[in-house]
Write a protein that binds this ligand. Structure first.
Ligand SMILES: Cc1cc2nc3c(=O)[nH]c(=O)nc-3n(C[C@H](O)[C@H](O)[C@H](O)COP(=O)(O)OP(=O)(O)OC[C@H]3O[C@@H](n4cnc5c(N)ncnc54)[C@H](O)[C@@H]3O)c2cc1C
Length: 436
């Protein structure tokens, strides 16, 4: 089999591979990107009015790699006549709807993006030493094939729920689909939100205002011991850095597992402003009488069922080890997202690295193919690289690293050190007396 061979094929066109496409554009690389969706859409189920992205606008697709790029958020503001209003607004945080529109604007300026292409398999052609990517057209049902020397997998994460709630996944609404279901939710007499991250809080804030007048009860349940804020202090933010990622990546797998659980609060919490806004809203609403709402912490859903009309939840309080039941007409699962190993990698599994837990063993340069430097992943390496994996602010750095591996040169300067603190044992530290 022969045919045109591209330098690079990207699978999935979320912000991370879209950023790669923008940064690859000026290099002359022959790159194509495939996505099963019919166009760029960023978390439309959570495009709640007024919601902002949780990282500064500099964490756009390109700026941290190339501040002069034609694909920057500032260029989009200028292009749409929003630069001066953004300047006067004096906030680092773009509206989520702006970020979505900006990404779509960037996507529309890139020739190599192919939508309606669901990748179903990747094989290796040993004769030409290239990868053969097979995709199914989601609009026509036809199959198409792309051949490339390098593959970058950026298929993101998928909505998930704890095992106890999987039985009601059909009747419950995952936060990823919130806006599409909002009106139907509000039309019921009781809504329960399960989860304690940013999405759960945004949905609670969005619904609490109308609880009394809308005639529905609104409950918010989390197994976390408290509604905790995302940690945003600057020395902690230094962990979103190349050198902390070096440190984390070099740790033994057991320590990485432990830290992965421990560090969840750093980026899986709620923005402090939103927590206070929710409190102030409850305070204001309660001035006119009791607000029909219950907020429960340290309370885990241990069983859930749908009886054809209502959800019945069995709950256990962690500290008291007591169980009780609650019923609700509507159930919102703000229970997060999980990354999984894409099934379409099965055809090249023998060329990839796997860890003791059967996950992709992602090298520090984001490659997964035994040091060949031809197959890379984006936002699928939280277990090997830590909290930088899903962070929009680190996307440009990772893309600069992947492009350097693909082109063999540092197309964009790659910072090795950005933090004031050192992670691990300082360089040049004196060894203990005995060891000298
Ligand atoms: C509501 C929400 C808000 C967030 N806000 C922030 C924020 O403010 N700051 C931050 O740092 N992070 C944020 N995140 C986390 C993270 O940055 C985002 O999830 C981001 O979208 C991840 O980008 P991605 O490119 O990895 O994947 P995604 O955006 O998930 O895109 C993956 C793409 O792959 C495509 N795809 C999947 N499988 C296939 C296949 N087989 N064939 C072809 N295409 C396929 C999908 O159609 C999709 O378009 C947020 C996450 C959520 C859910």
């Amino acid at each position: 089999m022969s045919g045109h061979v591209h330098d690079l094929v990207g699978v999935g066109i979320g912000p991370f591979n879209l950023g790669l496409a923008c940064l690859a554009q000026p290099t002359g690389l022959d790159a194509v990107f495939l996505d099963r969706a019919d166009g760029f859409r960023w978390h439309h189920g959570m495009m709640i009015e007024g919601a902002t992205i949780q990282v500064p606008f500099l964490a756009d697709l390109v700026t941290m790699a190339d501040p002069t790029s034609e694909f920057s958020f500032l260029r989009w503001l200028k292009h749409t006549g929003r630069l001066y209003p953004f300047y006067i607004r004096e906030s680092f945080y773009a509206l989520r709807t702006e970020y979505d529109a900006y990404c779509r604007w960037a996507a529309e300026r890139l020739p190599g993006l192919r939508w309606n292409h669901e990748v179903i398999a990747i094989e290796h052609d040993p004769a030409e030493d290239v990868y053969v990517v097979r995709a199914m057209r989601t609009d026509t049902g036809e199959e198409s094939t792309v051949r490339a020397r390098h593959v970058v997998v950026g298929v993101g994460t998928r909505p998930t729920a704890p095992p106890a709630l999987r039985g009601v996944a059909e009747t419950a609404v995952h936060s990823a689909d919130y806006l599409r279901s909002r009106d139907a939710l509000r039309a019921t007499d009781s809504i329960t939100i399960v989860g304690s991250g940013q999405s759960a809080a945004e949905i609670y804030r969005d619904l609490v205002e109308g609880a009394r007048d809308g005639g529905y009860r609104l409950d918010w349940i989390t197994r976390s011991p408290r509604f905790f804020p995302m940690e945003y202090t600057k020395l902690t933010l230094e962990m979103t850095s190349p050198e902390y990622t070096d440190h984390f990546h070099a740790l033994p797998i057991a320590m990485r597992q432990h830290l992965g659980r421990e560090q969840r609060s750093l980026y899986k919490g709620i923005s402090a402003d939103l927590i206070d806004d929710i409190y102030d809203t409850l305070y204001r609403l309660s001035a006119d009488g009791p607000v029909p709402t219950t907020l429960l912490t340290d309370t885990e859903v241990i069983a859930a069922e749908w009886d054809g009309a209502r959800h019945r939840l069995r709950l256990r309080h962690g500290q008291l080890d007591e169980t009780h039941e609650r019923e609700t007409a509507s159930l919102i699962l703000a229970t997060g997202y999980a990354s999984e190993t894409p099934p379409f990698l099965a055809g090249i599994a023998d060329r990839l690295d796997w860890d003791a837990l059967g996950r992709l063993d992602v090298a520090r340069d984001y490659s997964v193919d035994g040091g060949r430097g031809r197959v890379f992943v984006q936002n699928g390496e939280e277990h090997t690289h830590g909290l930088t994996a899903p962070d929009l602010g680190f996307g440009a750095w990772r893309n600069s690293s992947i492009l350097a591996s693909i082109t063999g040169r540092e197309v964009y300067p790659i910072e090795r050190r950005i933090a004031f603190q050192e992670f691990g044992v300082p360089h040049g530290a004196l060894a203990p007396e005995a060891a000298r």
